[in-house]
Design a protein around this ligand. Structure first.
Ligand SMILES: [Zn+2]
Length: 278
């Protein structure tokens, strides 16, 4: 299972993912889509206790081949944020890297494959929420406003053309977004009919969350069921504070590197506990 930018430690093996999902069923959790989260925030309705939203980023084929069946078995609807130019292309995602990764726990030899449109159609027909994660997975901090507009509008249009009005109005920003980028992005999202976004913060959504700056928690490939449930139950929400400090440090380092003429390749600031996302 994948989320964010491909790193082996973010791939939850199918058997573990099944155990995570079973734990949600047995624990009596309510699973909602990202669109339903936004709707509740807009309506100022309280979230029922034990409410969880499961999201997947990028659009890897194993979202269909592994996660989809398990979600259906459990009666859950999840939200899939896909990079539309890659769907059905058979191309390897440009941001994938084999460096620094231990792939020994990955059984799926087709780990690099993007979803196909037939997968997306089937998942959508089964009630999964399909949403945009841009056209190309560009680093939005490096885009001109016009390019940002294209990434946001064309990606949703590509989904709308095939899926119709069921396409989500929630967006996930590739690589997350710093404050200045987020401000510009939110205005572009408003222009294009979006109602909310995940911008890269770590934490849980609450009644006062900003719909355009929603946080998430990441599940790692080796998160036991106990750790998974602790995350779901809010034991790691303090990371919102920690991530702020972490991002300041890493962004400071990046700026320094840029001034020295280093390569700003759009690598995501890796938060220390940053799978599927909740
Ligand atoms: Zn991504």
């Amino acid at each position: 299972m994948q989320s964010g930018h491909w790193q082996a430690d973010l791939d939850v093996p199918p058997t573990l993912f099944a155990a995570h999902m079973r734990a949600l069923v047995e624990g009596g959790y309510t699973v909602v889509t990202a669109g339903e989260v936004i709707q509740r925030l807009q309506d100022r309705r309280e979230f029922p206790p034990k409410t969880v939203c499961i999201t997947f980023d990028d659009g890897y084929r194993n979202n269909f081949s592994n996660a989809f069946c398990e979600l259906q078995r459990c009666g859950f609807r999840a939200s899939f944020f896909v990079v539309t130019d890659y769907i059905g292309s058979g191309r390897r995602f440009a941001w994938l890297s084999t460096k620094r990764t231990d792939r020994s726990h990955i059984e799926d030899s087709h780990i690099w494959e993007p979803l196909r449109w037939t997968d997306v159609l089937e998942m959508n027909a089964a009630g999964m929420e399909m949403a945009s994660h841009s056209c190309t997975h560009a680093d939005f901090s490096e885009l001109e406003p016009e390019e940002m507009r294209r990434e946001v509008s064309d990606s949703r249009r590509a989904l709308l053309m095939r899926l119709g009005d069921s396409v989500s109005r929630v967006f996930v920003c590739p690589f997350g977004a710093e404050a200045a980028t987020a401000k510009q992005l939110i205005s572009v999202l408003h222009e294009n009919g979006y109602v909310g976004a995940f911008t890269g913060r770590t934490g849980a959504v609450g009644p006062t969350s900003d719909p355009f700056d929603l946080p998430r928690l990441t599940v790692y490939h080796d998160d036991s069921v106990a750790i998974f449930l602790r995350k779901v139950d809010g034991a790691y929400d303090w990371l919102m504070w920690f991530q702020t400090v972490w991002l300041r440090v890493t962004q400071g380092r990046q700026r320094l590197k840029n001034r020295k003429g280093g390569n700003h390749a759009g690598t995501e600031s890796r938060n220390p506990l940053a799978g599927e996302k909740l």
